[in-house]
Design a protein around this ligand. Structure first.
Ligand code: SF4
Ligand code: SF4
Length: 424
């Protein structure tokens, strides 16, 4: 009988692995293969390796871990594969298999033990903020920061966002009343909005208030679990999913909105296999851009006064939103804003190169992909590049900083929030 309380194992994907006909179509679409040109890193090669791992024909050694770590989880191979082999999920299952047989890497252990302890995270965020001047220096003329001293796992060249003065969830009460006849929307903040980009959460609250929604921000929610899953730690990912199930189940909201494309994919796609309760939770999860468009925010935005000076804004589509068929809602919200001018960018769907833990393990490859993106932003003539994923914002801003470009990366909700604020 199929167990309902765990992530799928590599064996659960055997049939889908067998569907790979080795046609090599994925070679033309995998960003990592584009940079490295090695068969072991492209989807076809990874399926072959996963198959051999499952059949115990190869051992889970460091080289194998390295090859499976070279996946951005961008899903481009899955979209183009003629037989729809779910290579991104197979890679995650292979990482779990390797961790189960070899144990966690030091990085994986450090990351997941931090994500599983929100209080510790809060404490560390507070200390890092207080020590910010000592630990970080400003990237010249930019909004980002750089580490002053070497730190484990983080490349010193990388620009980082400043920690929030006060985490988003601490700024607001658990319940914010809207109109009594309107639904109750629960906000899934995600770690990045809570600790790094609270302005995204503020924009979301303004947009939800403009539609009269009642909002709950469950205090006991935690990380969505995707970083743990990405590190091959299925146990921690399941624990985090259980925590969120409790936190959101308690309030019985009509819908749960995510502000981050990756959190959306975690809650809707990756945790559904854990059991019927998780499936029921996933059914209530909606991306905020999607919710706002379906509930008529475009009309509200179109009625705002025209700005006299409009910054040019271009859009980057996060892979996780595109894979869920949600490319359009962020663009629709931006197009409805009378405070900006929307401009096109080449390859707006190309992966930014972050890929969660990928950019930590393979910063140079991540940087090369980011450099192409920064160049596309520059060529678009935009002042700002807007997107719908805090992770993409961090990567895009780093890429712009590395290219010494003046443009800034932001979330669609920041621009929506600013426009609504000007009206009030
Ligand atoms: S495109 Fe799909 S079927 Fe073809 S080699 Fe790649 S993974 Fe296999
Ligand atoms: S998910 Fe993206 S990075 Fe990973 S194998 Fe597929 S195309 Fe390559």
């Amino acid at each position: 009988m199929k167990r309902l309380d765990r992530h799928k194992t590599l064996a659960d994907y055997r049939q889908q692995m067998d569907q790979c006909v080795k046609c090599g179509v994925c070679r033309a679409h995998c960003p990592v293969f584009g940079e490295e040109g090695r068969e072991a890193v492209v989807a076809r090669g990874k399926v072959t390796l996963a198959h051999a791992l499952l059949n115990k024909e190869i051992e889970p050694d460091p080289l194998l871990s390295e090859n499976f770590s070279k996946c951005l989880q961008c899903g481009k191979c899955v979209r183009r594969c003629p037989t729809q082999v779910p290579v991104d999920d197979i890679v995650l299952a292979a990482r779990r298999e390797i961790v189960a047989r070899r144990g966690q890497s030091l990085f994986g252990r450090s990351l997941t033990s931090l994500l599983r302890r929100p209080r510790l995270m809060h404490l560390l965020a507070g200390s890092a903020r207080r020590a910010a001047r000592l630990l970080f220096r400003r990237v010249p003329q930019k909004s980002g920061l750089r580490l002053r001293f070497p730190a484990p796992f983080i490349d010193r060249q990388r620009s980082l966002p400043a920690l929030a003065k006060r985490p988003f969830r601490r700024r607001h009460p658990e319940f914010i009343a809207g109109q009594p006849d309107q639904p109750i929307i629960a906000l899934f903040t995600g770690c990045m909005v809570n600790y790094l980009y609270p302005e995204i959460g503020e924009g979301a609250l303004k947009a939800l208030a403009a539609l009269g929604f009642n909002v709950i921000i469950p205090k006991d929610q935690g990380c969505c679990g995707l970083p743990a899953l990405s590190a091959g730690d299925g146990t921690s990912a399941s624990e985090l999913a259980a925590r969120n199930l409790r936190a959101f189940g308690e309030h019985q909201p009509d819908q749960i909105v995510t502000l981050c494309a990756s959190c959306h994919s975690g809650l809707t796609h990756h945790f559904k296999d854990l059991g019927p309760d998780y499936e029921a939770l996933a059914e209530r999860v909606v991306d905020i851009n999607d919710l706002l468009v379906s509930q008529g925010l475009e009309e509200v935005l179109q009625q705002l006064p025209q700005a006299t000076q409009k910054p040019k804004v271009t859009v980057h589509t996060p892979c996780h939103l595109r894979n869920s068929g949600l490319d359009e809602p962020p663009k629709k919200l931006l197009a409805a804003l009378p405070t900006i001018e929307l401009v096109k960018m080449n390859k707006a769907n190309a992966c930014c190169g972050l890929g969660g833990t990928f950019s930590v393990h393979h910063y140079q490859t991540s940087r090369q992909l980011g450099a192409a993106k920064a160049n596309a932003v520059k060529e678009s003539g935009a002042d700002l590049v807007a997107t719908a994923c805090p992770g993409c914002i961090m990567q895009l801003q780093d890429s712009l900083d590395q290219a010494d470009l003046p443009q800034r990366a932001c979330h669609v909700l920041e621009l929506v929030g600013e426009a609504l604020e000007e009206k009030s």
